[in-house]
Design a protein around this ligand. Structure first.
Ligand SMILES: [Zn+2]
Length: 271
């Protein structure tokens, strides 16, 4: 029986503060943008309001709504009667972190090749999309730990509210502020990995899930973990990878594996 855990305790160090900073800077970005549009439109408030509203509706809200509708219209909603094993992971996670007060989340399965899982903001419920490929690849050996890790990762984004203020955060995707936005995004991924680790309850299962993202499920059967450990050591020391990582939304997979192993050691040394 798992004891209840405070979700904030498992967040990657500094992620919560950085997420808050991104919201604040994002709000400033919007203010500067709106003032800029106001002066660009010869200080016509009407033109400025119409311009900003059009930009928000057409380039930001409409594509998201279409994607929400695509997921809802072409996906299979996970419920207690539809893929109940996956549904039970969601309820177990809510119970583990005592998150009943959070906005509801809907999990959809989409028939798609590619090992992919995404948390998508939506107006009423956040959506989590899992491709059929990732589910089939992770439950191949009838071991649920790997799928639990991936569902936990996505639920982690949802419960950490990484996507709730996406509109506010839009200016943080634009250079030079994008550097800060990307840093927060990588920290958010590491928080997601920790959530996956907790829901999985198994370092091994979580690592196998990430390693299947590296190799695909078939080649994973021939994967040499100790050879990959050597690759991690080389990659960690690479200034080239350190520099290019600054421009990534997600940390490199070797780094995610390495950080989880370190986290597992920290947890076990405390117990
Ligand atoms: Zn993620």
């Amino acid at each position: 029986m798992k004891k209840h855990i405070n979700f904030n305790q498992i967040r990657f160090p500094g992620e919560k503060d950085m997420t808050m900073l991104v919201h604040i800077l994002g709000a400033f970005g919007w203010i500067i943008f709106i003032i800029g549009i106001f002066f660009f439109s010869q200080q016509s408030m009407a033109i400025a309001i119409i311009s900003v509203t059009t930009i928000i509706l057409y380039t930001l809200l409409w594509p998201l709504l279409k994607y929400n509708a695509f997921i809802q219209g072409n996906g299979v909603l996970v419920t207690k009667d539809q893929y109940p094993e996956i549904f039970s992971l969601v309820t177990e996670f809510i119970d583990l972190f005592q998150l009943q007060d959070r906005k509801e989340v809907e999990v959809y399965v989409i028939q798609e090749r590619g090992l992919n899982a995404v948390t998508i903001p939506a107006f009423y419920h956040n959506q989590i999309m899992l491709t059929s490929d990732i589910i089939e690849s992770l439950i191949q050996n009838r071991n649920w730990d790997e799928l639990r890790a991936v569902v936990g990762h996505e639920l982690g984004h949802h419960f950490a509210r990484h996507t709730d203020y996406w509109l506010l955060d839009v200016p943080m995707h634009i250079f030079p502020m994008g550097i800060i936005g990307l840093y927060q995004s990588r920290l958010a991924e590491l928080t997601g990995d920790r959530a996956g680790y907790f829901l999985s309850g198994s370092l091994e299962g979580t690592l196998v899930a990430i390693k299947k993202l590296l190799t695909g499920p078939i080649l994973y059967q021939h994967f040499n973990s100790s050879a990959y450990d050597n690759q991690i050591k080389t990659s960690k020391a690479s200034p080239f990878l350190k520099l290019t990582n600054l421009f990534n939304t997600h940390p490199y997979l070797f780094e995610r594996i390495d950080k989880l192993i370190t986290y597992d050691k920290t947890i076990k040394s405390k117990n």
